[in-house]
Design a protein around this ligand. Structure first.
Ligand SMILES: Cc1cc2nc3c(=O)[nH]c(=O)nc-3n(C[C@H](O)[C@H](O)[C@H](O)COP(=O)(O)O)c2cc1C
Length: 146
């Protein structure tokens, strides 16, 4: 049995829908078990955005300043996985604040060390700079981007 974990954050539901489409075939296999972990900021970013809030997150997004996250479910994040699928959105040419915060957490360091990671992006087609930043974040936790 192979264990796959989907780590994601979503505001509108788009990113998780994309991730679910990606793993649909894996979920049908009797040899693969797929679990999900949603990253949850303590102060959630409400959707739809108010104009001021939308522009207010620009500095923290672009400078990659993390926010506080809720404690993760211990049963999901204390295991090791054969594959982690990291589904994320771009905010201002950067991995979104919740995803950046997760990658800088102690849990991510344990979870992702030496683990193959596939990244899946939901965005509006301006993503290359963000994926370059993602490579650095994954490198810092010694994940294996595949
Ligand atoms: C604050 C903010 C900044 C964004 N910046 C970018 C960007 O730089 N490049 C891009 O392609 N999309 C950008 N987007 C679009 C999101 O990546 C896209 O809407 C994504 O699907 C959101 O997924 P979610 O609703 O599941 O969280 C931005 C969206 C928000 C809310």
């Amino acid at each position: 049995m192979k264990n796959v974990l989907v780590v994601y954050y979503t505001q509108s539901g788009q990113v998780v829908e994309i991730a679910q489409n990606v793993v649909r075939k894996l979920e049908k296999s009797s040899k693969i078990h797929v679990s999900y972990h949603k990253v949850k900021p303590v102060n959630n970013y409400n959707f739809p955005w108010k104009k001021d809030n939308f522009f207010d997150v620009f500095p923290e997004s672009f400078l990659q300043i993390p926010c506080k996250l809720e404690e993760p479910q211990p049963d999901v994040l204390t295991k090791k996985y054969d594959l982690v699928i990291l589904a994320y959105q771009i905010w201002y040419l950067t991995p979104s604040i919740p995803i950046n915060s997760f990658l800088k957490s102690d849990e991510a360091k344990v979870l992702l060390k030496d683990t193959p990671v596939i990244t899946v992006i939901g965005c509006r087609n301006m993503w290359i700079q963000a994926q370059e930043k993602m490579k650095v974040l994954l490198n810092k936790v010694q994940a294996k981007l595949v």
